[in-house]
Design a binder for this molecule. Structure first.
Ligand code: PHE
Length: 344
């Protein structure tokens, strides 16, 4: 028994000496084989337990196991030290820690939203409230209250998606004029951005879903000049300080008089010709506008002799196509990151 302990002590001495010389993985592996391998020193010692008297064998086994446990601890400590030294030396060798890292992938504001925010922001600074409305509307809000009774030919012009006999996906944001006037008394000043739907075949210029921004101002003494002033300011925000607007006579059942609004093309400054931004017309169509029709005011129980107002409804995609020089409206809805990144 004491002989075994002595042998173990000698083996441990050789192990410690060899371990203190081991300078790399290969040396550690050789050490493992020499002591714990098939004919390693420890393995052979273990086999010799069989020659001891049976009563001494358990104690002998325990002494060996304890020593082996501490040897294994020493081995893994040295291995960890070697690994971190190797890591440190490789850091200095192959990895340039001052090299610029790859840029994180950043998203961007969608051009439709960005335009909506520019327009809403402009009107908010002038005291307008930004409000949102439902995309599914009863025909009362979408048509009747806007002076378009059942059977009126203007209903056809809106090419609506009907959900039931009386419910439809709104084809314009004008129903929110009615909802706002029902809930509030003049003075009223709101901006309503939102999605609209029409049964249009999809092509480079049309989509069954698009965005509008509606404006409504109702108060004492409001006249067409106020509309022109606000829209001129909006266009200078969108297209630069030199931009200007023009009105073309038009017709909407809910405004009188009514006008289409165009902005002077910021690229050719109205000259047209072969300008690719405005397609040669010199002007960019924004949408419809006009003075709120007395019938609409009366429906809201307002007295047209006392209050008056203006309204407009502009298509956001139309403006975005021009402003960002995009050739196909579908690009705005495909959400291809490569496209959106270009408009960042
Ligand atoms: N709602 C009309 C359209 O979609 C635009 C409009 C709004 C015209 C407000 C006049 C006043 O065509």
């Amino acid at each position: 028994m004491s002989q075994l302990a002595q042998q173990l002590g000698e083996i441990k001495g050789r192990f410690d000496a060899a371990l203190s010389r081991a300078a790399d993985d290969a040396a550690l592996e050789a050490l493992r084989v020499a002591f714990f391998g098939r004919i390693g020193e420890i393995t052979l010692l273990r086999r010799s337990i069989g020659k001891l008297p049976p009563a001494e064998r358990p104690t002998a086994g325990k002494i060996i196991n304890d020593t082996v446990a501490s040897m294994e601890e020493q081995l893994s400590a040295v291995q960890a030290k070697l690994e971190s030294a190797q890591f440190a030396s490789e850091l200095g060798k192959d990895i340039d820690v001052t090299f610029p890292s790859t840029e994180p992938a950043m998203g961007s504001i969608h051009p439709i939203r960005r335009l909506t925010e520019i327009i809403s922001g402009y009107f908010e600074r002038h005291g307008f409230a930004v409000v949102l409305g439902p995309e599914v509307e009863p025909d009362y809000y979408n048509f009747d209250a806007l002076n378009i009774p059942a059977g009126h030919p203007a209903r056809e012009g809106f090419d609506s998606f009907w959900l039931t006999d009386t419910l439809l996906l709104r084809p314009h944001t004008s129903p929110m004029q009615i909802r706002t006037m029902q809930q509030h008394q003049p003075p009223i000043a709101v901006i309503v951005p939102g999605k609209c739907y029409r049964r249009d075949a999809v092509d480079a210029r049309h989509s069954y879903m698009f965005h509008q921004v509606e404006g409504l101002l109702v108060a004492h003494g409001i006249h067409f000049g106020h509309l022109k002033a606000m829209l001129t300011g909006m266009c200078s925000e969108l297209f630069g300080p030199e931009s200007s607007i023009r009105f073309r006579p038009s017709y909407f059942p809910f405004t009188e008089p009514s006008a289409e609004v165009d902005a002077r093309c910021p690229l050719c400054k109205g000259r047209g010709g072969s300008c690719r931004m405005c397609g040669g017309s010199g002007w960019i169509e924004l949408g419809g506008s006009g003075m709120v029709h007395p019938n609409v005011l009366r429906e809201m129980k307002y007295d047209p002799e006392v209050v008056s107002g203006w309204a407009f409804g502009f298509g956001i995609e139309r403006m975005a196509l021009r402003r960002y020089d995009v050739d196909d409206i579908r690009r705005f809805f495909e959400n291809d990151p490569a496209f959106l990144r270009q408009l960042r």
